[in-house]
Design a protein around this ligand. Structure first.
Ligand code: FAD
Ligand code: SF4
Length: 510
């Protein structure tokens, strides 16, 4: 039976069982579409990264002998949207059955269901064979429980998949080494130069430009750094194991003006596009650890495994449990606009200047920059979560809604009222100074609490607590912060709030 099989841009899993055998009755369909470039404004490196990876993937299938129909963004007969693409291909190729892989985005899931309902031929949906969990596994794990807890989910996953376990007990005697993952990096140990693939993507970039795709951010078209094939992704994974894993956990939360990547893996894009599976990543890292046990402490490895086996799968489960309502949540009732400097990096606040400029230059920021610098500021200035989401979804090369929205709206902006995070991730300058050196080179002083020189984060922090305290009155984890707030004199609080109001009204002046 002549079958059309759709592969979306984030479904680049070469090991999928679809490809085990060549069958000339199967036509694989891939398309670079305006539908996907335009639903939000994307960083140019994100568009280039996905399109180049898709092209490499299509070529690999072709080389293996599979029938592939590939539409480039610049192809004249590219319908640029899914319904027309599928309809046109079915009719032109006399297709008798339509197959697709479970999309990870709610938007595409809905669209494909609607398309299938409208078809006059049978359709079938297949698993992507990528994640450890099914869409509903987290929902079932927490059935009947009042609170979702990442830690409980993570332990279940460790046991179920027998990862870093010794006779049914966690390796190293502890489930979680989070406490030892909080070192500041002060110049040593030396950080190896990042592995960059320096690909020339000029032609592709020209095609994207002539198609008038509206993007933002910077790119060096002669030296595109990201991996765009399974082979390159594997190289990045091996580089992480041999060069970075030894210190990954220690400096996971560190911030530094000169080091954009520290010991982070930069593997999120490889997994979110599915060029690497989380299992391939975890198996490789664990195997490397067992071979080098004398040199690598369990805390480094556990810290890494927790992010992928724990947080990544957890976020996916929360997404499918809570969507579509999740995308509308704004429990803290925040409605301010995103400052202009999010699009330029031009602000005197050094931590934000560095983190945002880096995001615009590299389509990447590590977790603590995303959470405790940029996200912290957005929450303290009470920016509308819709605007925060749109920015995060566009700017990072790894941003796909299922993992972006749960991190942004949930973990970072507390717009879900505490489904993902048990307390809001807000801090004054103190935390940013403790974890890095941004404050040393800043126009503001992290120790000054009020007045023109004072760090904006300080006034904003107390103002946020004062304005939003009714939301946290039953939250045990906020009680210490709220009792410190209660100790502030009326005059001190008024002064802080006046400064905070000025910052919130004219964020681009600070
Ligand atoms: P590493 O620090 O090397 O971590 C290893 C891997 O663990 C990552 O590649 C990633 O796959 C996984 N991981 C780590 N933290 C998380 C997390 N909180 N949730 C899910 N997976 C995690 N991650 C995305 O993949 N896409 C996003 O759009 C995204 N948006 C974010 C938005 C905000 C506001 C925050 C706070 C975090 C976001 N994250 C997102 C999570 C995390 O910041 C990135 O996965 C990480 O920075 C990617 O860099 P890395 O590969 O070097 O990560
Ligand atoms: Fe950021 Fe404040 Fe430190 Fe400046 S002083 S780097 S604004 S935390």
């Amino acid at each position: 039976m002549k079958t059309l099989r759709l592969i979306l841009g984030d479904q680049l899993n070469l090991s999928h069982s679809w490809f085990n055998q060549v069958n000339d009755d199967n036509l694989y369909l891939m398309a670079e579409m305006r539908q996907e470039t335009d639903y939000v404004k994307h960083h140019i490196q994100k568009v280039v990264g996905f399109f180049r990876s898709m092209r490499n993937f299509g070529n690999s299938l072709d080389n293996e002998g599979h029938q592939v129909l590939y539409f480039k963004i610049s192809d004249e007969n590219n319908p640029q949207n899914l319904p027309q693409l599928i309809e046109q291909t079915i009719s032109e190729h006399k297709i008798e059955k339509f197959d697709y892989l479970l999309p990870d985005e709610y938007r595409l899931n809905q669209q494909l269901q609607e398309i299938c309902d409208s078809l006059s031929i049978p359709s079938e949906v297949f698993d992507t064979e990528h994640f450890y969990t099914s869409r509903d596994e987290l929902k079932n794990h927490f059935k009947g429980k009042k609170q979702l807890l990442m830690e409980s989910f993570y332990r279940m996953m460790r046991k179920k998949h027998n990862i870093l376990m010794e006779k049914n007990q966690p390796e190293g005697g502890k489930w979680n080494f989070d406490q030892s993952n909080r070192k500041k990096w002060d110049g040593s140990p030396e950080i190896p130069e990042e592995l960059s693939f320096n690909t020339d993507v000029t032609e592709l970039l020209d095609e994207i430009k002539s198609a008038k795709v509206n993007t933002f951010g910077n790119i060096d078209s002669k030296n595109f750094p990201w991996p765009t094939s399974h082979q390159e992704c594997k190289e990045l994974l091996d580089f992480f194991c041999s060069k970075l894993l030894t210190y990954f956990g220690d400096y996971q939360d560190a911030l530094h003006t000169q080091e954009k990547y520290l010991f982070h893996s930069r593997l999120s894009f490889t997994m979110n596009s599915k060029m690497l599976s989380p299992k391939e990543v975890i198996d490789t890292v664990v195997e490397h650890y067992y071979e080098h046990k004398d040199d690598i402490h369990i805390s480094q490895v556990e810290g890494f495994i927790r992010q992928i086996l724990g947080w990544r799968e957890y976020m996916r489960g929360v997404y499918w449990k809570e969507m579509p309502d999740y995308a509308e949540l704004n429990k803290l009732d925040n409605h301010n606009a995103l400052p202009d400097f999010f699009w330029t990096g031009k602000t005197k606040m050094n931590c934000l200047h560095k983190s945002i400029t880096q995001s615009l230059d590299d389509a990447y920021a590590h977790h603590i920059q995303r959470l405790m610098v940029i996200g912290n500021y957005a929450l303290l200035t009470q920016v509308d979560p819709n605007e925060v989401d749109a920015w995060y979804l566009g700017v990072y090369i790894d941003a796909i809604e299922w993992v972006e929205i749960t991190n942004t709206r949930g973990m970072s902006q507390f717009a879900d009222g505490g489904l993902v995070a048990t307390k809001p991730y807000v801090s004054s300058a103190n935390y940013i100074n403790k974890m890095g050196n941004y404050c040393k080179e800043c126009s503001y002083s992290h120790t000054v609490k009020s007045g023109e020189k004072s760090c904006p984060f300080n006034a904003l922090y107390w103002n946020f607590l004062e304005e939003k305290k009714s939301h946290f009155k039953n939250n045990q984890r906020m009680s210490m912060m709220l009792s410190l707030l209660a100790k502030k004199s009326k005059e001190e609080l008024e002064e802080l709030q006046q400064r905070a109001r000025k910052i919130i009204e004219q964020p681009d002046k600070f």
